[in-house]
Ligand binder design. Sequence first.
Ligand code: FMN
Length: 332
Amino acid sequence: MIDLTTGYLGLTLKNPIIVGSSGLTDSAEKVKTLQENGAAAVVLKSIFEEEITLEYEKIVAEEAPKRYKDEFLDYLDYRIKDQNLNRYVDLIASAKKAVEIPVIASVNCSSKHEWTNFAYQMQEAGADALEVNLFVLPSNINKSPEDSEKFYFDVINGLKNKLKIPIALKISYYFTNLALMIQKLSESGIDGLVLFNRFYSPDIDTEKMEVTSTNVLSHPDELVIPLRWIAIMANRVKCDLVASTGIHDGKAVIKQLLAGAQAVQVVSTIYNNGPEKIQNMLKDLKKWMINHEFQTIDDFRGKLSQVNAGNPSVYERVQFMRYFSDRDKSSK
Ligand SMILES: Cc1cc2nc3c(=O)[nH]c(=O)nc-3n(C[C@H](O)[C@H](O)[C@H](O)COP(=O)(O)O)c2cc1C
């Protein structure tokens, strides 16, 4: 019998496939369909701190000429936040009612303002864990790396004081010393790190001479970024690592588990192929385990992490020099 269970954030998952935060998880019905197709957990669509703030600022700008008193603006601030939060709390409660699999709430934020107070209400609504998507593009040249990084620990400390449920942090790879940052975050009391978030990135349309955006959905080749960092960090952290970005098929799941991930998150492949893709990925994972005579995920998890790989330097090689010189020789 093949056993696909894995642990993540202290929760037992029936298999390592989690559907990541996105429009795929913004209603109880969608979450139910994902469960029916084999998802082991879901991360709900994020509540965006930015969205709440912008909505408030827009109304205030419209109302400003009327010179409302501060008390009114305070009330407005409170009402907008309350309405957004209520909608989110309802989403958590309805998703929890609809499925048995763990439901992870998600906040997308770039400051440590009052939203940390919301986290408690998410816990009370029944969320099994909270994933915090923290990101500030380090583009401010007047800010030191220490200042940028301190913010992450301030947020964690604020949350740890308020929550009993496990906390995962979804981060980017824009840090001065990524390995050290991952290690320090893993020792900060959080339960998991999601490596990595994928960003909305600008592009340029040369004909229209306009700034546009790159693809919203990932390409399977992008899997190598989390793969390298999961492999390098797998035996050096004090929390779970979950891989995210570019995981499009069963083989990609196997690779991340071999590198040392506890689980993976998938989004783009479900947008491309529908929730049935999860069944297909699980089938391929099982088939591979049978072929290689593994009965549990722990039998092979981390077998090719940097520490366990026969040649650990492969994960740190970044230069193509030898590859190109060999290629150039063979083309002569
Ligand atoms: C349409 C769409 C909406 C997303 N919304 C969120 C979100 O609300 N919060 C979040 O943390 N990530 C969000 N993401 C990012 C995904 O959770 C994930 O990190 C990213 O798509 C990379 O995974 P993938 O390669 O499997 O798509 C979104 C992605 C897509 C494509």
